[in-house]
Design a protein around this ligand. Structure first.
Ligand code: ZN
Length: 158
């Protein structure tokens, strides 16, 4: 039995998300994050990654990226949350999504999209509505730049 199912998202009202089909223990691999392995060169010249944040683009190593923006990559449906319960893990050219806390059956699976802070951050509002929500999709270590509330705990991580 799969650990997830696809359903209308509570976070992205217009989109879909993945939900836990049973209680999941911290550390469990939930789903592989698949896509096309492309070279850095291809990333550089591709218009696809020009104007928008590369939400589905992962750095695998110094030579290769993974483009997860393909229809067969179910894990791309996972939404960003400021209190994410999953994270992307990788080894070699493989990526997967792992639970970083215990997840209850029926909870929506969420990740930290890992966007760095830049001047355009307002283009990407976050609607996760968690207690920690900073209002925009910015990775945990950069949230203090937007909201002073995060300053103390996050400054060391940058
Ligand atoms: Zn949020």
């Amino acid at each position: 039995m799969k650990l997830y199912r696809i359903k209308k998202s509570n976070i992205d009202k217009k989109g879909r998300g993945l939900y836990a089909t049973k209680d999941i223990k911290e550390g469990t691999k939930i789903i592989n994050y698949v896509g096309k392995v492309i070279t850095k060169k291809q990333t550089e010249v591709s218009e696809k990654f020009d104007n928008s944040k590369p939400i589905y683009l992962f750095n695998l190593n110094s030579r290769y990226d993974l483009d997860g923006d393909v229809p067969w990559n179910t894990a791309r449906l996972i939404n960003h949350s400021c209190s994410n319960n999953c994270d992307y893990m990788g080894k070699g050219l493989k990526l997967w999504v792992t639970a970083i806390k215990d997840i209850k059956k029926g909870e929506e699976l969420t990740c930290d999209y890992g966007f760095g802070f830049d001047v355009d951050y307002k283009q990407f509002p976050c609607k996760c509505r968690s207690k920690n929500c900073v209002g925009y999709i910015v990775r945990e270590g950069s949230r203090w730049r937007i909201n002073k509330k995060f300053k103390k705990s996050q400054r060391i991580n940058r």
